[in-house]
Structures are given as structure tokens and as C-alpha cells.
Design a protein around this ligand. Structure first.
Ligand code: PRX
Length: 635
């Protein structure tokens, strides 16, 4: 039996039991057999969730790009590593072989070196979904530099915060990006961000759209001529298993975004293992994950996991609605996609369209469908299953987080019987537990509680960049000795898990994690605003939408209020990004508060959801009278 590829349910249970009884042997066998090491580890695992500290494959030496690229060259150098599908389907797709990828990454790595980037330096990458984004990520890893990819839909302020926090030396961007019918000037956003980031001494610019841009003398350079000149031979920097691979920011319920730090060996082993099993990837398959590499899904399951398996992975630059709502299905047909991994929000948006958009395309190549990022509702699950999977491609509902690095709970296709809305069973090595509010573990089945993990897995984030205390506080202090996910979950009668959603002030809008605090901060910075509270409410496409309750310093007339709404939207777009714009903004005289002055979000959530039949006990509020007034004017 090979632990690496699980073929049936019985084998899953065997493998799972072994992974819990002998976690070190289990992961060591997989690591040993399936990867290239320059030196083996001295110790498989040391950990302490109190400190917290986790180390996997201690003192092993490797380079992740050697595992993702070089070791495939002999056997599959001419196989396609990346298929790049452009925004506009009249532009040609690119098929980048492993040999070509090797050359590009080596050249890019030499460019980075020529600009003084060394092992351990941070490089910010702010690029659209073009091949250079993958090359840039891998080039950093080639030389041991730490990449910090920022999703190219974030505003200049959000980019600046992340660049400063990670103390990046270099920025890699493009002149512009295409998204559907829109063209965005990315370089202008970078220029604005860099006004606050004096330590970024070098900016590399990919030419994509031909936008008019400014090039700052001595700082900015076009990438193409540098790539042309650079040698395509760059020996991989051999790093330690626990050396940092990347930082990726995620929203917290309070304060600035957290730079989750992932290290090299454990991340590689875990993403490769889960990719193989969860997508049942076999030679010749064409796997497509529709996420952006700016999110963890793209890091782990467009770049590292697939490439570590020598797979063919698709990168799509565009959006599902351009030139029409059949774009995804046209791509499936065109590239004969076998595994299709997307988000519930995209499924819901496409399910609303005429079914002809689906029926016009041949989807018979599909074997596995995947969902990620938020709970998938029953209706969307069935639509996906019936119309895209034609009832024969299993849906893997994959639950995980930026912090977990890889998929934690998910069915394995043709192994785990699926159940709509259930992420089903933990992956080998993952030991979930449900906790009650008193901090006790809830045993048995048919129960629900707060979802924790009680044993380390190889790809757990090791810290919050520059703030280990925050790492400890956020994940390890709610439940003693356990990693707390922030999610609620239930376990059914056979032990299947269903994720019910966040239990904190993080709201998932169209699959994007948004903390309420930064949005409220942006609103409060408007000179007319005294205070605000943002909550989520159910939305049939986005999953959740945002509802902002805003107290003005002086209550204005209604015409002024419409302008104010526009200004608040603008303020949020600038400070956080357009994805954080509330659907509804209600001006209120007061916000319900506890006697200690905390906003009672529970009540606001109910009002926003138009579910005010049972607001619970409001008599303990400092100002119970505001509740009726807010309800009376609710939008
Ligand atoms: O609430 C869970 C939800 O997304 C959160 C993690 O978001 P992020 O770090 O942005 O990573 C998203 C991609 C891995 C989780 O805490 N979530 C993610 N996948 C699922 C999910 N909720 C329910 N079902 C899922 N399959």
C-alpha cells in the first residue's frame, strides 16, 4: 500500500489511523519517497502549541523549485506545466512546458539576484494572472527570497500596508491588467502605494496592457529586457526545511491584516499530498483552479501542489462573465479540463444565468469538481452536481484556510461518498475537534461546536510575520493546547463535518475574507462620520453581503445622505478595496451597546438579515431604545 495515493474508503481509514497513531512515521515515509532532498531531516516533528512552535523535517535541506520543476525535466520536460488562458479569448493561450518553465524561472531568479535580492529578503508581487506571476513566485523560491503576493484587486493603501509590514525590498508589478471588459492601471496604484514605502528600492514592471505609466528613474525597470539578458541557469539556493517560503496576508477580526508565514518542507509535502488525493490527479489530466494566485488557494493549488506532482495546471486571467457567462464552460471544453476547482460564489452567479451557457459546451472531459472558500449551500451544490458534473463527477467540498496552508477536511473523489454541503472527513494527519464554549471537547457524533485542530500538520503557518504574540492570541489562546480555526462546525451521525461559518467578526463576501474592523476604520475616517458598525447578511450570490450602520456627526438631509453613501463607498474602495463596499448603508442615531460599551453585533446582524422576530434580551443594553429606531428605518 502506498500512503501517497489513497484508492478506496477502507484504505483511507487505514491510512488515517496510521497518520494519527504514528504521525512522524507517516509523514516521513511520504516525504522520503516522493521528494528530492539535498539532506534528510534529523527529526520529523517537534511541537508545542503553548509557545506556540511547530517544526517539521528539522534540518533537512532542499529547494522547493527543484521539487516542482527540475526533478520533472528528465521524465516530462516537454509536458505542459502551465496552460495560460488570457482574459480575451481571441488572444492565444500559452502552453508552457516544464522545460520552458525551468528556463523562465531561472532567468527571473537571476534578474532578482542582479537587483540585489538575497535569501530571506521579502519581495512583494502585485500582478494579474499572467504567467509572470507564477514565474515570479517560483523565482523567489529558487533563490530563497520570501514572496508576499498581494491580490491585484487591492487598493494602494492595502498594498502599502502589506508592503511595509513585510518590509519588502522589491515590488514586481505590471503596467496594467485586464479583467473582463475593464483595463486597470496597476502601476499607478503601485506608485501611490510606494509613496509610503521608501524601502522598496526596485520595481520590476511586466508589460501587459500598454498603459501610459510613469517609470521612476533608478527604481523602475521593464522586466522583459532584463529577462532577455539573464542566463537561464540559476542553481537553486538550498534552504532549511523551516526557512520561510512566503508571507500571505489574511484579514483578522481586528487590527491590520496578518502576514501568515509559511515555511518550506512541510508546506511542500502537505500541498503535494493533498493535491494528489483530493483531485485524484493522474498523468495526462488538465487541472484548473479558478482562484487567483493572490489567495492561498492559488499558492497551494495552482502553483506548488500541482507542480510538485508534475501536473498540468491552468491559469486564467479573466472573469467568468466575459465575454459572456459561458466563459468557464468554454475553457473547460477548449482545454479538456479534467478537474475543475472553483468557489460557491462563482457557482451561484453562473447558476442564475441561462442554462444554455452551459449546454452549448462539451463538458465531458470533467472527472472531479471542487469547491472552496465558504460554505456551499445545498442549491448551489445540486446545480453544480447536476449541470456541470452531470451527476457523475464527485464534488470535493474542501475546507481549509490561509493559515492551514493546505486542504484539511474534504472528500476524496471515488473514495469518500459525498454529501451535499458537507466537507466530510479529515485528511490523513488532521485531527479536528469540536469544542464547547466552556473549552471542553465535544465527543461523539451529531454534535456541533467550534472547530479546532489538536495536532500539528506539516503546512500549518508558523507565525504571524513580525508578531508572534498575535499568532498565539488569535489561534492558540481560545482553547488551551489547540489550534482554533475561528469556524463553527457540526459532525453528523457518521462523523462527517459540515462547516457552518465564522464565529468571529470575519465576514466572507464572494469568497473573500473581510475583517469588519478595517472597513469600519475606513468609514470612520470620513469627516462626517461619528461611528459605524459593519455586519454581514445572507446574499444569494455573494454568500454574505455587508451592511453598514453609520452614525453621522450631524444628521443631514436625504440628498446629502446619498452623496455621503457614495463618498463612503469611495473611502472604502481606496482604503480596503472595492470588494469591501457595503451593499447597504443605513444612517442611524445610535448603535446598540452593552453596558461596557461594546457594540452588540448580534442584534445588528439580525436586523441586517431582516430577522427581528427574536432579538433576545435587549434590556441589558445601555440604550435599548435605539433598537426599535434602527428596525423602523432598516433598508
Ligand atoms: O470560514 C472558512 C471559509 O473560509 C475561511 C478561510 O478563508 P481564507 O483564509 O481566505 O481561505 C480560503 C481558501 C482556503 C475558513 O475559515 N471556508 C473555506 N473553505 C470552506 C469554508 N467554509 C465552508 N466550507 C468550505 N469548503
Amino acid at each position: 500500500m502506498s500512503n501517497y495515493h489513497i484508492k478506496n474508503l477502507e484504505e483511507y481509514f487505514q491510512v488515517y489511523r496510521k497518520s494519527v497513531r504514528e504521525p512522524e512515521n507517516f509523514w516521513a515515509e511520504i516525504a522520503e519517497e516522493h521528494f528530492t532532498w539535498r539532506k534528510k531531516w534529523d527529526n520529523v516533528l517537534s511541537w508545542d502549541f503553548e509557545k506556540p512552535e511547530v517544526k517539521w523535517f528539522e534540518n533537512a535541506k532542499l529547494n522547493i523549485t527543484e521539487n516542482c520543476i527540475d526533478r520533472h525535466l528528465l521524465t516530462r520536460g516537454d509536458n505542459t506545466a502551465i496552460i495560460w488562458e488570457p482574459n480575451d479569448n481571441s488572444e492565444k493561450a500559452q502552453h508552457i512546458t516544464y522545460n520552458e518553465l525551468h528556463k523562465k524561472v531561472n532567468k527571473f531568479a537571476n534578474v532578482l539576484k542582479s537587483k540585489g535580492i538575497q535569501k530571506g529578503d521579502r519581495v512583494c508581487i502585485y500582478l494579474p494572472m499572467i504567467p509572470e506571476l507564477a514565474y515570479a513566485v517560483l523565482a523567489c523560491a529558487r533563490i530563497g527570497a520570501i514572496h508576499s503576493v498581494v491580490f491585484a484587486g487591492f487598493s494602494s493603501k492595502a498594498l502599502a500596508t502589506r508592503t511595509l509590514d513585510a518590509d519588502c525590498k522589491m515590488m514586481i508589478t505590471s503596467d496594467g491588467s485586464y479583467r473582463g471588459a475593464k483595463t486597470l492601471n496597476l502601476k499607478n496604484i503601485v506608485d501611490e502605494a510606494l509613496e509610503d514605502c521608501p524601502d522598496v528600492s526596485s520595481v520590476l514592471v511586466v508589460k501587459r496592457t500598454g498603459e501610459e505609466i510613469n517609470m521612476k528613474d533608478g527604481r523602475d525597470e521593464w522586466l522583459a529586457p532584463l529577462m532577455e539578458k539573464a542566463s537561464d541557469d540559476c542553481a537553486p539556493e538550498i534552504v532549511d526545511a523551516e526557512d520561510p517560503l512566503f508571507i500571505l496576508y489574511t484579514s483578522g477580526s481586528t487590527g491590520k491584516p496578518k502576514g501568515m508565514l509559511h515555511t518550506t518542507a512541510g508546506y511542500m509535502v502537505y500541498t503535494a499530498f493533498t493535491f494528489k488525493n483530493i483531485f485524484n490527479y493522474t498523468e495526462g489530466d488538465v487541472y484548473w483552479c479558478t482562484a487567483d494566485i493572490g489567495w492561498i488557494t492559488g499558492h497551494s493549488y495552482i502553483v506548488y501542489g500541482p507542480l510538485a506532482n508534475g501536473a498540468t495546471t491552468v491559469m486564467f486571467e479573466g472573469v467568468p462573465s466575459y465575454p459572456d457567462h459561458g466563459r468557464f464552460w468554454q475553457i473547460v471544453e477548449k482545454h479538456k479540463i479534467t478537474q475543475f476547482y472553483t468557489a460557491p460564489t462563482a457557482i451561484r452567479a453562473l447558476a442564475k444565468r441561462n442554462i444554455e451557457f452551459v449546454e452549448n459546451h462539451d463538458l465531458s472531459s470533467l472527472k472531479v469538481l471542487g469547491s472552496v472558500g465558504e460554505p456551499i449551500n445545498e442549491e448551489a451544490w445540486h446545480w453544480f452536481n447536476d449541470n456541470i458534473g452531470k451527476n457523475h463527477s464527485p464534488i470535493v467540498d474542501t475546507w481549509w484556510q490561509t493559515e492551514t496552508g493546505g486542504i484539511m477536511i474534504s472528500p476524496m473523489p471515488y473514495v469518500t461518498p459525498t454529501k451535499p454541503t458537507y466537507a466530510t472527513l479529515p485528511m490523513p494527519g488532521i485531527q479536528p475537534s469540536l469544542m464547547d464554549d466552556d473549552g471542553k471537547e465535544i465527543k461523539g457524533n451529531q454534535v456541533s461546536g467550534r472547530l479546532c485542530v489538536k495536532f500539528p500538520w506539516p503546512s500549518i503557518a508558523r507565525t504571524v510575520w513580525g508578531n508572534h504574540e498575535r499568532y498565539k492570541d488569535t489561534y492558540f489562546s481560545t482553547f488551551e493546547g489547540k489550534y482554533f480555526t475561528g469556524d463553527g462546525a457540526m459532525r453528523d451521525e457518521v462523523g462527517y463535518y459540515r462547516i457552518t461559518g465564522r464565529t468571529d467578526d470575519v465576514i466572507i463576501v464572494s469568497g473573500h475574507n473581510l475583517g469588519t474592523a478595517p472597513i469600519e476604520d475606513a468609514i470612520n475616517e470620513h469627516p462626517a462620520v461619528a461611528e459605524s458598525a459593519v455586519v454581514g447578511f445572507p446574499h444569494d450570490v455573494k454568500g454574505n453581503a455587508l451592511y453598514a450602520f453609520v452614525i453621522l456627526k450631524e444628521s443631514g438631509e436625504s440628498r446629502k445622505r446619498d452623496n455621503l453613501r457614495k463618498e463612503i463607498h469611495q473611502q472604502i474602495s481606496d482604503k480596503v478595496g472595492p470588494i469591501a463596499k457595503p451593499d447597504k448603508i443605513q444612517f442611524v442615531e445610535g448603535l446598540p451597546k452593552t453596558r461596557s460599551g461594546k457594540i452588540m453585533r448580534r442584534i445588528l446582524r439580525k436586523i441586517a438579515s431582516n430577522d427581528t422576530s427574536d432579538l433576545g434580551d435587549t434590556s441589558t443594553l445601555l440604550n435599548p431604545e435605539v433598537v426599535e429606531a434602527i428596525i423602523a428605518e432598516a433598508l
